[in-house]
Write a protein that binds this ligand. Sequence first.
Ligand code: MN
Length: 413
Amino acid sequence: MTRLRSWLASANAPDVEFPIQNLPYGVFDDGRGARLGVAIGDRVLDLARVDHGLAPGLLAEPSWNAAMEAGPSVWESLRTRLTELLSNEDHELVVAPHLVSLDSVELKLPFKVSEYTDFYASRHHAFNVGSMFRGLENALPPNWLSIPIGYNGRASSVVVSGAQVVRPWGQIKSPDDALPRFAPSARFDFELELGAVVGQSSSGMVSVAEADAMIFGYVLLNDWSARDIQAWEYQPLGPFQSKATATTISPWIVPKAALEPFRRPTPVRERPLLPYLREPFPTLYDISLEVALAPADRDETVISRTNYAEMYYSAAQQLAHHTTSGCPMRAGDLLGSGTISGPAPDSRGSLLELSESGSAPLTLGTGEARSFLEDGDRVTLRGCAEGDGYRVGFGACSGVLAPAGPLPDWASD
Ligand code: MN
């Protein structure tokens, strides 16, 4: 079978992130105001100026929330229409004037994040971190193989790729019984994750199949984490200020429909799951992921490579579990997968793991050593699913760490 091609030449290059098979949803500003767009090749299609076939109100605001709320049949008809407009040469004359160069636009948060929940769902990550925080015997909590562990995070601190992240101050444990210190985090870290964007609301429990149908698409997600603050605060209620500084997401929502060819089953269970968590069909995806770290004004080094198919729980399972309490979900809910770590040492999704809690610093290609992030470091996440003759990419999820601000007078001794 020959693969579908676009009349836009740049969309057919073998290594392009945004071929006709992808068509991810974003919000862009070319200096004339923020608008909805779809990435294709090296361009963005301006949805304010083409006949997309939907009710005008659904795409009027510069966020995808209204279109998400309209539901899966609308998602499907929009995708069908966009595929037709960008593949059939009969439309080229009318559509081509509304393609804007990606180089010339600023990308915004693609949707209003209504809520944010983050999980802890990679077997390797949970074991690695648990053994550092609690010792080898207690590495995996007894509930972990039965329940998708998560915490309710902050929607207010979710930012788009490119936004600056400022090193946080926080309360940090001192040796022995001395008073804790209030200081800039010295163990600031990234977490490589995939974010599921919930496109439909719910009330009451939903099944894993229903949860899967509620997901609109996926983004890359960096859950910035202050490990020294986390280690002191996390018991007994889990992370709080250590995870509240910022969460960076990639600017394009890759439609779930674009990822259908890449579905993979969750792994063989070490303990049977309760019936409500069993997947009726494969709910993970084969998505290659990597993390690159670049010191200020220096070249980047890829420091980790892994795959989303390594997860123990999928977003659909996490979402189904999230509703067991009766917790209502909303369009615009963001679910962080949890840090994605593979079995190999160079497939770990955080510096905490890569540097073995700082005891084995990484050496970058520039010759510099890293245990945790230094001021000026740029962290970039990338992801793609490899199809037959094409790839579905996510666009970069990038952020630079700025130095901590000054301490206010009233917080000093
Ligand atoms: Mn996380």
